[in-house]
Design a protein around this ligand. Structure first.
Ligand SMILES: Nc1ccn([C@@H]2O[C@H](COP(=O)(O)OP(=O)(O)OP(=O)(O)O)[C@@H](O)[C@H]2O)c(=O)n1
Ligand SMILES: C[C@](O)(CO)[C@H](O)COP(=O)(O)O
Length: 228
C-alpha cells in the first residue's frame, strides 16, 4: 500500500489575522506545516510529498524542510487563487502513484492510522474522505433569518485528507475547470461526476486551524497528543 500526498499550503491565512501565512505559526516551537508534514514523513506508505506554496515563500519553506528535516518533499509547486487551483497544480506533479491524498497544511492533527484507513478505502472505492458526525444543529439562513433547519442525522463535518485514485481526481478537477465550477473540497468535484465517495469517521481533534481561537484548541490538543 502506498501513496503520494498533495499538501495545499499556499493560502494567505486571512481569517487567522496573524499577518502571515498561518502555516508558519509555531506550536510548541514547530511551525504548523512541520507538524502536518512530519506525519507523512514518518509513514512508510508515503512515497512523496508535494507541497503547494506561495512563490514568495519558496525560500522560507525550503529552509524549514532543511531544518526539521522533511526529506520526503519531492516537489514544491506554485499555488493558485483558490484552494482548488492550488490542489490541481499539486496533482499535476504526482508521479508513479495510483493513490493520491490531498491534505490541508493547516490540519496538523492527522494520524497515520486514519491515513492508512483512507488509503485502503480509496484503493477499493476510488474515493474516500474523513468526516465527523455533526454535533450541532445546522440551519440555513438568509438576511439574518432562518430559512430551514437541516435534518442532522445524515450530516457530516468533512475534513482532510481526502484520498483518490489519481486518474479519477484529475479527471474531476479538469471537468470542474471546463465547467468553471469551484468547490470547497475535492470530493465535491468527484461527486458532481456521479461517482461514489466513501466516508470514514475521523477524529474531532483533526481540526483545521482557521481562526485565532483554533490556536487555543490546538495547544490543548498538543498537550495531550501521543507523539509529544
Ligand atoms: N489559494 C489557496 C487557498 C488555500 N490553500 C490552502 O488550503 C488549506 C485550507 O485553506 P484555508 O484554511 O482556507 O487557508 P487560507 O486560505 O490560508 O485561509 P483564509 O481563507 O482565512 O485566507 C490551507 O492549508 C491553505 O494554505 C492553498 O493552498 N491555496
Ligand atoms: C477541504 C476542507 O478542509 C474540508 O472541510 C475545507 O472545505 C477547506 O475550506 P477552506 O475555506 O478552503 O479552508
Amino acid at each position: 500500500m502506498e501513496y503520494q500526498v498533495v499538501i495545499p499550503a499556499a493560502g494567505q491565512g486571512k481569517r487567522m489575522k496573524a499577518g502571515m501565512n498561518k502555516q508558519f505559526i509555531e506550536l510548541h516551537h514547530q511551525p504548523i506545516i512541520v507538524h502536518t508534514l512530519k506525519v507523512f514523513e514518518q509513514d512508510d506508505w508515503c512515497q512523496g510529498i508535494i507541497v503547494v506554496i506561495n512563490e514568495a515563500e519558496r525560500e522560507q519553506f525550503h529552509t524549514l524542510f532543511e531544518q526539521f528535516p522533511i526529506k520526503k518533499v519531492v516537489s514544491m509547486v506554485s499555488g493558485g487563487a483558490e484552494r482548488q487551483h492550488s490542489v490541481y497544480n499539486g496533482l499535476k506533479a504526482v508521479k508513479n502513484s495510483e493513490i493520491v491524498l490531498i491534505h490541508d497544511g493547516a490540519r496538523p492533527f492527522i494520524t497515520m492510522e486514519k491515513i492508512h484507513e483512507l488509503v485502503k478505502e480509496a484503493e477499493e472505492h476510488g474515493a474516500a474522505i474523513l468526516a465527523v458526525p455533526m454535533k450541532d444543529t445546522v440551519k440555513r439562513a438568509f438576511d439574518g433569518f432562518v430559512a430551514e433547519t437541516v435534518e442532522r442525522s445524515s450530516l457530516w463535518a468533512v475534513q482532510t485528507p481526502q484520498a483518490f485514485r489519481i486518474s479519477l481526481v484529475l479527471e474531476a478537477h479538469e471537468q470542474a475547470r471546463k465547467d468553471g465550477y469551484v468547490g470547497t473540497d475535492d470530493a465535491s468535484l468527484v461527486e458532481r461526476m456521479g461517482k461514489k465517495v466513501k466516508i470514514i469517521e475521523g477524529d474531532y481533534r483533526n481540526i483545521k486551524l482557521t481562526t485565532p481561537d483554533d490556536l487555543l484548541f490546538a495547544e490543548a490538543i498538543l498537550s495531550n497528543w501521543p507523539s509529544c
